[in-house]
Design a protein around this ligand. Structure first.
Ligand SMILES: Cc1cc2nc3c(=O)[nH]c(=O)nc-3n(C[C@H](O)[C@H](O)[C@H](O)COP(=O)(O)OP(=O)(O)OC[C@H]3O[C@@H](n4cnc5c(N)ncnc54)[C@H](O)[C@@H]3O)c2cc1C
Length: 445
């Protein structure tokens, strides 16, 4: 219970970002929902909106619906750390040609993302801050060296290594054993970004409906029939852009995607001087652990925002962030008495193939249903890009195939609805991360 004293009296169990881009603003319900359109997009996050923008600009009649207020999912809850592929295929062995193609496309997606923000004049506090990836043990530092070479060769990442002795140039902590800097990466305010993309979609003529839950999809004589909480909707094509929130919308997608909760906290205002001691270069920071920590200064450089895994099945923002706070103070012992202003969580989505996937889901049995799914925790740029590419594919504006459409959607064995195995997998990864650090003679977490 002592931990509860670390919550400020006006602590909010919701995203810090919602203070500036609240979901009421994100909500937009544009009149009567039609019962017919060309394309329905289910999910109003970055992926769904970018797909819809491409379609609407091609003169296609497109409806976007979300079961909650628009932008309710990860797109208004994330850490706002952006890059061009640093995490693609990080913990899996991809075939070299496949990895090369994915990294090259991820690099392209970052350029596209920056262009989009600039061209559409989206005010999302975007800055090219660079990112520091802290090595949690000396073996991890060696692996980062190989990763750095690849990222520079294929993804144009402007990456370089930081030796252990110079860690403090990047972070006011001795927790990491050096690491890697990626200069070609940055930070956004994710809520403002979502709001900006939502406005672009509205101006492009996309019909937007919050609080409409999509249900079963079936073929009918008129096209695809989507059941919704406001009655059936007939469309030629449907795009599933529900990521970690997919739930029971479609059994086929649900069995191929595991939702995992990521928790985040915001501290009380620490002042810009302390923030600069903790983040000497004001970079985004993540690490090499299997259960990674990711953290950053707030865009106004007054607070620290810290994220990671906390709870797997029974979600609770307060219990989750109090656990996360202990991890924060393991990295920054000087914050032992820090209080929290916000705590929240959201779902990311994992696929069995270890990388995101887009394309036509079941071309033989249910043609016309497409997806862009599986962010693997890094989707601000990637899910926006895959949404955009799905829009191009569905509107017939591209012949080229994305490196992320190689049919990576295979079902997980023994998994139907509830990811019952997550607590065991989480405990195993936590143990392995701890053993890694012990080998270096470090007994902290
Ligand atoms: C806490 C957290 C931190 C993260 N940090 C980062 C980061 O720093 N950098 C980074 O690159 N990525 C990060 N991510 C990942 C990134 O936020 C996601 O990859 C991205 O936002 C996914 O966008 P999306 O459009 O695919 O899905 P979402 O934004 O999750 O949208 C899916 C939407 O589908 C809706 N939906 C679900 N089912 C239905 C239905 N049946 N009917 C209608 N609507 C439905 C949901 O309500 C939801 O709004 C983070 C994610 C989380 C949760």
């Amino acid at each position: 219970m002592r931990d509860q004293n670390f919550l400020l009296p006006d602590f909010k169990p919701e995203p810090y970002w919602w203070d500036h881009a609240p979901p009421t603003l994100l909500n937009s319900d544009e009149g009567e929902m039609p019962n017919r359109c060309d394309v329905v997009v289910v999910g109003s996050g970055y992926a769904g909106l970018h797909a819809a923008i491409v379609l609407a600009r091609a003169g296609i009649d497109v409806v976007v619906m979300d079961a909650e207020v628009l932008g309710y999912g990860a797109s208004s809850r994330n850490g706002g750390m952006v890059s061009g592929g640093v995490n693609v295929g990080k913990h899996i062995d991809l075939k070299p040609a496949q990895e090369q193609a994915m990294l090259a496309e991820a690099s392209l997606s970052y350029r596209w993302f920056e262009d989009f923000i600039q061209t559409e004049r989206i005010d999302a506090d975007y800055q090219r801050t660079g990112r520091f990836v802290g090595a949690h043990c000396s073996d991890a530092w060696q692996l980062l060296v190989k990763r750095m070479v690849k990222l520079n060769e294929v993804a144009d990442s402007s990456a370089y290594m930081v030796p252990a002795a110079q860690t403090r140039d990047e972070i006011g902590s001795d927790y990491y054993k050096g690491g890697m800097v990626l200069e070609r990466s940055g930070a956004v305010h994710p809520g403002k970004l979502h709001l900006g993309v939502l406005n672009v979609a509205r101006n492009a003529g996309v019909k937007l409906f919050g609080n409409v839950r999509a249900g079963a999809i079936a073929r009918s004589k008129d096209g695809l029939r989507l059941e919704t909480s406001r009655g059936p909707l007939i469309a030629e094509k449907i795009i599933v852009a529900t990521n970690g929130y997919t739930g029971e919308l479609s059994n086929w997608h649900q069995r191929r995607l595991v939702p995992i909760a990521s928790y985040q906290l915001a501290t009380e205002e620490l002042g810009s001087e302390l923030i600069t001691q903790l983040f000497p270069k004001h970079r985004m920071i993540a690490d090499t652990k299997r259960l990674l920590y990711y953290f950053r200064p707030s865009p106004d450089r007054k607070r620290l925002l810290f994220g990671g895994r906390a709870r797997y099945l029974r979600h609770d923002p307060i219990a989750g962030v109090l656990l996360l706070r202990r991890k924060l103070t393991a990295v920054f012992p000087q914050l032992a008495e820090v209080k929290l202003s916000h705590g929240w969580w959201g779902y990311v989505a994992y696929l069995r193939g270890g990388v995101p996937d887009m394309g036509e889901s079941q071309p033989e049995t249910l043609p016309g249903v497409y997806h862009a799914l599986g962010c693997h925790g890094s989707g601000v740029v990637m899910m926006s890009w895959l949404g955009y590419r799905t829009g191009l594919l569905v509107s017939g504006q591209t012949n080229s195939q994305s490196a992320f459409s190689e049919g990576g959607m295979t079902p997980f064995p023994l998994y139907l609805k509830k990811p019952w195995f997550l607590p065991a997998v989480g405990a195993y990864y936590q143990l392995r991360d701890w053993v890694d650090r012990q080998r270096d003679g470090d007994f902290s977490k």
